[in-house]
Design a protein around this ligand. Structure first.
Ligand code: ADP
Length: 251
């Protein structure tokens, strides 16, 4: 299910946050969106997920117009926000069944999916604890599982891997790969360049609401590693002079 973004513009008040932004995310691809804080990643992902509106250009998600039919988009998209908004006084088990019912998924199907995902993430021991009492990483897992209960065709994740411990991050990486092999399109933003490097077939690097690099991961990283490419393209300062100035003032 491809996502096509053409000449997208988004303003917050007078401030232009996305500027004539175009990107095409092919069907079944794992696509990484990278960029420093404030470069517009969250804004872009929310528009693709049918959550935020935009001011100009066009966005289609599996052929559905994001300007006019956000509800249809939300039915085929699973979205995991950077900070999950969860019901603190429900248990994960209750939350998954609540999500299943508002998504219109038959109870037994929702329960089976929740059970399988809970097991995969090693979350069974938390099933009967209140979400409010869980750690940040465990809440991230709850949010990821909830986004998959309706078996979306497209999964959009905003910095959702950052809170996971190494083992869960590995499970998550393997899960993304197998979902994509089954035809799911996955778009995610992350600060963890190693994950982007290992998982994404294609990468776009953003800065100031524009794309500064885009392409197959293998092509982008032919000669240099992702950290060097990223810092080169997005840094406003010469890092080595910043570090030596810091060392000087800390001496
Ligand atoms: P990123 O995810 O790359 O950190 P964001 O999309 O969150 O970037 O933000 C891009 C820019 O838009 C930032 O300058 C941010 O301050 C601004 N911004 C984001 N959300 C809002 C909002 N609701 N109102 C006003 N400005 C916003």
């Amino acid at each position: 299910m491809s996502i096509k973004v053409q000449s997208l513009n988004k303003f917050y008040g007078q401030k232009r946050v996305l500027s004539n932004f175009s990107i095409e995310i092919p069907d079944g691809e794992i696509y990484g969106i990278l960029g420093p804080n404030g470069s517009g990643k969250t804004t872009l992902l929310k528009i693709m997920a049918g959550i935020s509106q935009f001011d100009g250009g066009s966005v289609t998600v599996d052929g559905i117009d994001a300007k006019t039919d956000q509800i249809a988009i939300r039915k085929i998209v699973g979205y995991v926000p950077e900070t999950p908004y969860l019901y603190e006084s429900l248990t994960p088990y209750e939350y998954f069944s609540f999500i299943g019912s508002i998504r219109g998924i038959p109870r037994d199907v929702a329960q089976r999916r929740a059970d399988d995902l809970t097991k995969a993430f090693g979350m069974e021991e938390y099933n009967d604890q209140f979400i409010g009492s869980l750690s940040f990483g465990t809440r991230q897992k709850v949010s990821i599982i909830a986004s998959l209960i309706h078996s979306p065709k497209i999964l959009i994740l905003d910095e959702s891997i950052n809170g996971l411990d190494p083992q869960s991050a590995k499970i998550f990486r393997d899960l993304l790969r197998s979902l994509s092999q089954d035809g799911m399109t996955v778009v995610f933003s992350t600060h963890i360049l190693e994950i982007a490097e290992n998982v994404c077939e294609e990468i776009a690097i953003m800065k100031g609401g524009e794309i500064v690099a885009q392409g197959r991961t293998s092509e982008l990283l032919k000669e240099r590693n992702l950290e060097d490419v990223f810092i080169d393209l997005t840094s406003t300062e010469d890092i080595s002079s910043v570090v030596s100035a810091l060392r000087g003032s800390l001496r």
